[in-house]
Design a protein around this ligand. Sequence first.
Ligand SMILES: NC(=O)c1ccc[n+]([C@@H]2O[C@H](COP(=O)([O-])OP(=O)(O)OC[C@H]3O[C@@H](n4cnc5c(N)ncnc54)[C@H](O)[C@@H]3O)[C@@H](O)[C@H]2O)c1
Length: 343
Amino acid sequence: MRVLVTGVEGYIGVLLAPILMGRGHDVVGLDTGFYRDGWLFSDSQRMPIFPPLISKDLRKVTENDLEGFDAVVHLAELSNDPLGQNNPENTFDINYRGSVELARKAKKRGVKRFVYTSSCSVYGVGNGDFLSEASKTNPQTAYANCKVLVEEGVSRLADSEFSPTFLRNATAYGPSPRMRFDIVLNNLSGLAWTTRKIAMTSDGTPWRPLVHVLDICQAIACAVEAPRESVHNEIFNVGHNQDNYSVKEIAHIVKETFPGCEVTMGRSGGDNRSYRASFAKIREKLPGFKCQWDARKGAEHLREVFERIDMPSETFEFRAFTRLKQLEFLIKTKQIDQQFFWK
Ligand SMILES: NC(=O)c1ccc[n+]([C@@H]2O[C@H](COP(=O)([O-])OP(=O)(O)OC[C@H]3O[C@@H](n4cnc5c(N)ncnc54)[C@H](O)[C@@H]3O)[C@@H](O)[C@H]2O)c1
């Protein structure tokens, strides 16, 4: 299939494009390149091999850009809660309006499949039950609110010619050349490697479902390739039931993976986000999908990469590996304007 991957230069996209190409798809990428300054590592599977790139802001995509694609995989958004909370207008503009407009233009140009990377953060605050795709959403942040709005807006476009699929990913972990150290397991592993100390401010009780970044890539590839009737206008939580951890358990896994690391817990914090997700549907209904990883293997995978590149603290703290820091730097240095357009 001819597939457009937006956000192709990000944490997930940079791994996804070569995987789709390896499965025989003709891939074109689109990205505005906010995090181009960062490249953590290369290896035989993750050499910097890029598909042809449309270097463009999502908000400036035209219908012509979307001509001739069988599928769009849409990743290009401001990708986390702190970014969204600090920039609610830009988040609304890019994540909500930009995403729904992209789907509308894609449909108009005859694109048949639209795979959207939503998030389990739409569940926000749960009561400890395993929340399924049919459970009520309860978004707590601008980022999560936009995810719900995009799902609703794009779902309304579904018809016999246009099949959107909504993948509600758990929080990702695992090494990627376009690393993110602002997501929980990557962050704690980086701290353990560079300081041998994890001082949690929270009591660690909130639940967080996790999923390896390569399992997200696999889910996306399976959704692109699945028979239409399996994925048409369907929502799937992406992860594995056993990968619902309390933050305390995540810290414990990291402590065991990085010998000599100390962990101390704080008192309950201000973060009320806590949810457990059920991943039964994706296991049963998405052809070919099976999670290959868990958090313990993921932490070991991170440690192997840190050892191989002998990662110094400056690399762990480098702005491009923390999404909010990099955007603040681009604004401060007047490279992007207040609306996040390049100057
Ligand atoms: N990583 C996770 O834990 C996770 C979990 C659930 C959902 N998701 C979703 O998956 C998608 C990708 O996540 P990621 O972790 O790879 O994020 P990322 O921040 O690493 O990558 C996003 C990419 O999109 C690009 N982008 C952002 N705004 C753009 C715009 N206006 N125009 C063009 N390009 C733009 C950025 O330059 C970046 O390369 C996001 O939609 C995110 O919300 C991620």
